[in-house]
Write a protein of this length. Structure first.
Length: 184
C-alpha cells in the first residue's frame, strides 16, 4: 500500500473512493461532510437517506463505515464513517482508529484500488492533528494486516484486497504536517 499525503480539496480527487467524516445522521453537515454533500449533489443525499431507512435507522455508529455512490464527484464511491466526538467525551483513540480501519475494509470490499481519507475527527470533533494522524496510520495498518490474514478464498469468490493507493488529505497545513510525520 502506497500512502500519500496531500493538502487539497478531497472532493476534487480522482480516486475510486473518498471517505466522508460524516455525522451519525448521514444527511450532511458542516466541514468535509458538507463539502462532500454539496459537491456530490442530491444523488448522494438520496442514497444516504436510503441507508438510514434500510440499514441504519438509528444512525451510523461511531467507528463504523458504509458506502454509497458518489453522485457528481469524480470518485466512484463515498465511504461514510462517524468519528468519535472528543468534545462530547468520546476519547478512546481506538474508536478513531476503527474509522480508518473499517473505511479501508469497506473500500476493499468494493474493489477500490485507491481511497482518499480526510482528517476524521480533526475538525469540530476536537481531536488533535497528531492524534488523528496516529489513528490513521494505526487503522490502515490494522486493515492491511486483517485483509492479509484473510488469505485466498477457497470458494473461488473475489477476495477483498487492500487498496493499492491511500491518500491522506489535509485541508490545513498543520494536519498535512501531522500526516507526513506519522507516515514517515
Amino acid at each position: 500500500m502506497d500512502i500519500t499525503v496531500l493538502q487539497a480539496d478531497i472532493t476534487r480527487l480522482e480516486v475510486d473512493a473518498i471517505v466522508n467524516a460524516a455525522n451519525a445522521g448521514l444527511l450532511g453537515g458542516g466541514g468535509v461532510d458538507g463539502a462532500i454533500h454539496r459537491a456530490a449533489g442530491p444523488e448522494l443525499l438520496a442514497e444516504c437517506r436510503e441507508l438510514r431507512r434500510t440499514r441504519f435507522p438509528g444512525g451510523l455508529p461511531v467507528g463504523e463505515a458504509a458506502a454509497t455512490g458518489a453522485g457528481r464527484l469524480p470518485a466512484r464511491w463515498v465511504i461514510h464513517t462517524v468519528g468519535p466526538n472528543r468534545r462530547a467525551g468520546q476519547v478512546d483513540p481506538k474508536l478513531l482508529e476503527n474509522c480508518f480501519r473499517r473505511s479501508c475494509e469497506v473500500a476493499a470490499d468494493l474493489g477500490a484500488r485507491s481511497v482518499a481519507f480526510p482528517a476524521i475527527g480533526g475538525g469540530v470533533y476536537g481531536w488533535a492533528a497528531e492524534d488523528v494522524a496516529a489513528a490513521a496510520v494505526a487503522g490502515l495498518a490494522a486493515a492491511a494486516a486483517g485483509l492479509a490474514a484473510a488469505g485466498p478464498n477457497a470458494a473461488g469468490r473475489r477476495v477483498p484486497r487492500m487498496p493499492e493507493s491511500v491518500v491522506l488529505v489535509a485541508f490545513a497545513e498543520n494536519m498535512a504536517r501531522a500526516f507526513r510525520g506519522a507516515v514517515d
